[in-house]
Design a protein around this ligand. Structure first.
Ligand code: ATP
Length: 364
């Protein structure tokens, strides 16, 4: 089912505005991530869809039905909480089968569905245990299985994988994606882990202070962050964000196109598609991911300060006359600390933001 929010605002007692006139449409069958820093309103948005919070104003629809004031039990949604909320006196099998019992599914079918879902989450050998006899990670998988077994029309997950250890987390992630794909149930999940959002979601809403700062596919959000907030938030290594100014071109290169961007005394070409959007004197912030900075003859000059091993690449921090700049280099190509490097953005990889409002300058 589709989930739509129209100008939904949630003000808590005490005056905190957790959701600020937020509008959003989540498509039927979509795997949708709510991502953002602590306190941005992700959980409140999820709980509002679940019916555990009521919007102060605005309209929430599931399918075509207005559920803004409908209680949680009548919404046909299933939510997995961060703290599991399992029934302590029931076995794992009975916990997983519980929502099916509520739906009056027959005993044999209940057991078969619970067993299949439990198996998928590696709970096969634990079906007769009680929650207190499980680790935190196992309890969380039971909570996931319980919500999945019920096959709701909307599936809501609050940081579903946060208590799993790193390896299990990857396994559960793959399983979750496959299951969601197979079931085709609209799924909204909250995470503050951007790698998880990028890996799982069809689309991501990046939130800040009760608003959506960007809505897009993982690729869009990663490749073209819509503003400096998203640019600074997304990426396993933070994007370089450097102050610059549009200046008249020196005419020395074919790419000067009448004007260039001066960053710490180095002239960078204005991306071709936004040439008409910039005028000399405009203050900008250029964004370059560390992965897209390469060593060059000229370009931004810096001294190697720190080299951090990331596995197949290393992250090199350069001190410059301005802010420090980071780039990744392939394994075995690390420069020595103290060395002087010149770096330049790979063609087509420079993003330009307006300094005044931090918004991406896009092609007209
Ligand atoms: P986190 O990642 O830390 O869980 P979040 O993005 O999920 O954060 P929310 O829990 O939705 O954020 O909180 C959004 C804002 O609303 C925060 O400022 C929080 O302090 C406030 N808030 C949340 N619940 C309540 C409540 N019951 N009463 C008052 N304020 C609340």
């Amino acid at each position: 089912m589709k989930v739509s929010l129209e100008e939904v605002t949630k003000v808590f007692d005490g005056g905190v505005t957790a959701l600020d006139a937020l509008s959003l449409e989540i498509q039927d069958g979509e795997f949708f991530a709510l991502l953002g820093p602590s306190g941005c309103g992700k959980t409140t948005l999820l709980r509002t869809i679940a019916g555990l919070e009521t919007a102060s104003s605005g309209t929430l629809r599931i399918g075509d039905r207005d559920v803004t004031r409908v209680p949680p039990g009548a919404r046909d949604v299933a939510m997995v909480f961060q703290d599991y909320a399992l029934f302590p006196h029931m076995t794992v099998a009975d916990n997983i089968a519980y929502p099916l019992r509520i739906k009056k599914v027959g005993r044999a079918e209940r057991r078969a569905k619970a067993a299949a879902t439990g198996e998928g989450l590696s709970l096969g050998g634990l079906m007769e245990r009680r929650p207190a006899q499980l680790s935190g990670g196992q309890q969380q998988r039971v909570a996931l299985a319980r919500a999945m077994a019920a096959q709701p029309t909307v599936f809501l997950l609050d940081e579903p994988l946060s208590n799993l250890d790193a390896r299990l987390r990857l396994e559960a992630r793959t399983f979750l994606k496959k299951l969601q794909h197979d079931l085709g149930v609209t799924t909204v999940f909250v995470t503050h882990d951007q790698a998880e959002a990028l890996a799982l979601a069809d689309r991501i809403a990046v939130m800040e202070s009760g608003r959506i700062r960007q809505l897009g596919t993982p690729r869009e959000v990663f490749q073209r962050p819509a503003n400096v907030f998203v640019a600074g938030f997304i990426g396993s290594t933070p994007m370089n964000l450097l102050a610059g100014e549009c200046v008249p071109g020196d005419g020395e290169t074919a790419t000067s196109w009448g004007h260039q961007i001066d960053v710490a005394g180095v002239r960078l070409p204005v991306p071709e598609d936004i040439v008409t959007e910039l005028t000399p004197g405009d203050k900008v912030i250029v964004g370059i991911r560390p992965e897209y900075l390469t060593e060059s003859e000229d370009g931004i000059k810096g001294t190697v300060e720190i080299v951090e091993n990331l596995g197949t690449t290393s992250l090199v921090t350069l001190t410059t006359t301005g802010p420090s700049v980071q780039l990744t280099v392939p394994e075995g190509r690390e420069p020595e600390p103290g060395a002087t490097l010149h770096v330049t953005p790979a063609p087509g990889r420079l993003l330009v933001y307006r300094a005044d409002d931090g918004e991406l300058i896009d092609a007209p």
